[in-house]
Design a protein around this ligand. Sequence first.
Ligand SMILES: [Zn+2]
Length: 212
Amino acid sequence: MSWIERIVESLAPLSIEQHDAKVMIAEWFYTGNAYDLEQPIEHCQLCGHPDIRYQFEIENEHTSNDLLVGSECIKRFRISAIDESGSRLSERASREKVDRDRSKLIQDAKQRRVVNALVALSIADEEFEIESFIKYYRERGAFTPNQLKTMIWRLKQHCIDFRPSDFKMILKRQREQDQLRRMEGWQVAQLWPCMSASQRSSYARRYGDPTT
Ligand SMILES: [Zn+2]
């Protein structure tokens, strides 16, 4: 079965148009509802593609039927997104909206993992003052070098599962840059996965690569 036949097979029972794939697809729009399943466990209900983690809801404007599909399908078949008043967006704006919504899901998942790791740490380590870290993270979306040094060390010590790359470093203020500058190379090496590519290259230019 070709992919266009597969699409028609998925959409026809839920659409008004029964034959012309293009007309059928045009009846559908992306509602703006998108979900993170946290694991790639679903199939795209449009093309059957397996291992879908992020689901995007599309709806038929006549029948109000809906399907959960992958973001690639919305882009490939040029399914339009809608604005707040329900008007259809242009093809370009629709693609941008899908990409934005997908990035937001990825970002939210990262934040959840960070908060979950810190909660696990606060249970394992009574001396860890979780509130100030969470408050700082909510306000700035990242941590200072000193905060990271404390957290990464404690997370490792208590064998708590975490992804270092989820914990972003902030280096905007002079105070934060000074914190990093005062650290030993081996300490910076531990925080290396928390640093962005540009933070790493600017550090390496000045002080050398601490991981080699
Ligand atoms: Zn698909």
